[in-house]
Design a protein around this ligand. Structure first.
Ligand SMILES: [Cu+2]
Length: 414
């Protein structure tokens, strides 16, 4: 097929039609990409792009679809040599669309093919090329697939957990010695003929989250930002050759709800998740305290369990709830007496009738008591708090107005 014919055809294909039930996805496979690493070096990569004019990204484009959608992924191989496929890792698709080349088919240079499937269970999945996959995956041919429930809502699955924000941490590594022409230009075929390639022992120097590492992560939108009591969804996916230990701050109350696209019958609250190559975990977080820290990622060797590298991303939990574009102004109140022998009066003025609640936490921000809210009219108010059952120490008192958290004050119990 000539280039002019391909170009004409491309113009006619909708880029990613967003029809409710029919989704067309377009991927260009290339062997000639370039990726800038955290140390400023640029290496050669393989990868997928959404258009001919784009460089392939590592990871490739994220494919987001709804349960029940009929999905048609049109893959064009303009890779200058190697055949490619798309393996839909973890999705229930038939043999024809599974993308394992010697068990189905592959896409030779300058040809294209469709992968068709009906999006099954909501969850987190991935795609990758399955031709000489050890090399092509490390070379960069992978991307994320997110299946949302049929209505596209922020719910984990039909009848599942509702959440506010959706975070994705896609883990992989790069060993630059695998990104030389010598390794990447090895002979390809799909007849399972052995072509000896001299590949160095995998010993990565770069440990990636969503394709970036170290100071690169500061510029990417990877930070976890939430507010107290907000429920968020965190998707963990590993397409590297290391295992990764993900350590969440305890304040996030991270709960594993699903694994490899299937809800767990018993969920588990934990601060540590081990994720091995090809695995996905869906996590719910619901921070119970203001917090400023990090989520840690520790990449370890699967054979020796030796720690190979670490990354961290900021995790910030704010005590102020946003209402639309606005943040509630800090609300001032007094604590009298302070220090106290056990009874303290919380005094404040209201400009209008509001629902008032009070929260008692320890100084680490851990919630100890959440007093029921009461409707109060405008004017001056004082609410007596009985702390006599608490041990001597400092406590954070937070007043909530109409369910919205204000700033906190410290009370000292003698
Ligand atoms: Cu490939």
């Amino acid at each position: 097929m000539s280039w002019s014919k391909i170009f004409t055809f491309l113009l006619l294909i909708p880029f990613a039609a967003a029809a409710q039930d029919d989704v067309d996805v377009f991927l260009i496979a290339r062997n000639t990409g370039a990726k800038e690493l955290a140390n400023g070096d640029t290496i050669r990569v393989f990868g997928f792009a959404e258009s001919l004019g784009e460089q392939p990204g590592v990871p490739g484009p994220t494919i987001t679809i709804n349960e029940g959608d009929s999905v048609h992924i049109d893959v064009w191989n303009v890779s200058q040599g190697a055949p490619h496929t798309i393996h839909l890792h973890g999705l229930d698709v038939n043999q024809e669309n599974d993308g394992v080349p010697h068990l189905s088919w592959d896409i030779p240079h300058m040809e294209h093919g469709f992968y068709n499937f009906k999006a099954p269970h909501p969850g987190t999945y991935l795609y990758h090329c399955h031709v000489a996959s050890t090399i092509h995956v490390q070379a960069g041919m992978y991307g994320l697939i997110i299946v949302k429930p049929s209505d596209g809502s922020n719910t984990t699955w039909e009848g599942g957990y509702e959440y506010t924000s959706d975070y994705s941490y896609f883990l992989s590594e790069i060993d630059t010695t695998w990104h030389t022409d010598e390794v990447l230009l090895h002979a390809h075929d799909t007849t399972m003929t052995v072509h000896p390639v001299s590949i160095p022992v995998f010993d990565p120097q770069f440990f990636l989250i969503n394709g970036f590492s170290d100071q690169q992560l500061e510029e990417e939108q990877v930070a976890y930002n939430s507010t107290v009591n907000q429920v968020d969804h965190i998707r963990l996916t590993n397409i590297g050759y290391c295992g990764t230990r993900v350590i969440f701050p305890a304040q996030l109350n991270a709960e594993i709800i699903s694994s490899d696209g299937r809800p767990l019958s018993t969920t588990e609250v934990t601060d540590t998740v081990y994720i091995y190559p090809g695995e996905r975990y869906d996590i719910l977080s619901q921070p119970d305290a203001q917090f400023n820290g990090t989520i840690q990622f520790e990449y370890f060797d699967l054979n020796t369990l030796a720690l190979k590298g670490t990354q961290s991303i900021p995790a910030e939990v704010s005590g102020f709830f946003s209402v639309g574009e606005q943040t509630i102004d800090p609300f001032s109140f007094s604590l009298v007496p302070n220090p106290t022998n056990g009874i303290v009066s919380v005094g404040f003025d209201l400009a209008q009738a509001q629902l008032v609640g009070i929260r008692i936490s320890d100084v680490m921000g851990r919630l100890l008591e959440n007093l029921p809210a009461q409707k109060l009219g405008h004017g001056s108010h004082s609410i007596l708090l009985d702390l006599q059952n608490y041990s001597t120490g400092a406590y954070l008192i937070t007043v909530l107005l109409d369910g919205v958290s204000t700033n906190s004050e410290i009370v000292i119990l003698d």
